[in-house]
Design a protein around this ligand. Structure first.
Ligand code: 5GP
Ligand code: ZN
Length: 122
């Protein structure tokens, strides 16, 4: 199914992004308006509006998506644990602060302080 949302277009390479990871299922790229020294977005390539639009049969790919996060963080400038680390955020729905209706994980990290925008909500 073809979708016209912004992140579908980025996933199809129709809109440029600073891509740091791509495989058959997922794409990760730098947020255009970073709220921390490291601010990546990780999306499924297929259109899913939000975490609230996933079903039990989505569990396997959601687990694969989640399991990409630590290496993406480490490979793109987040400092090593235990002193370093990263924040994982999935804004969901209007009151959750979701602006783009295509499921995405924010991966935030780097030496603090971060901007006010990144804490407590990204
Ligand atoms: P949300 O508020 O939906 O959780 O997050 C959407 C994020 O997408 C925001 O952090 C925003 O800066 C980012 N964003 C919006 N438009 C673009 C774009 O065209 N390219 C990239 N790389 N990020 C974008
Ligand atoms: Zn989409």
């Amino acid at each position: 199914m073809s979708h016209d949302c912004l992140f579908c277009k980025i996933a199809r390479h129709e809109i440029p992004a600073r891509i740091v990871h791509e495989d058959d299922e997922f794409l990760a790229f730098h947020d255009i308006n970073p709220a921390a020294p490291v601010h990546l977005l990780l999306i499924p390539k297929h259109h899913v509006a939000s975490l609230a639009d996933t079903a039990p049969q989505d569990g396997a790919w959601l687990a694969r998506m989640l399991q990409l996060v630590p290496a993406l963080a480490a490979d793109n400038g987040c400092n090593p644990l235990p002193e370093g680390g990263f924040r994982l955020v999935a804004n969901t729905g209007a009151e959750g602060g979701q602006e783009i209706d295509h499921l995405h994980f924010h991966i935030l990290g780097g030496s603090r302080p971060w901007s006010k925008r990144a804490a407590p909500a990204a």
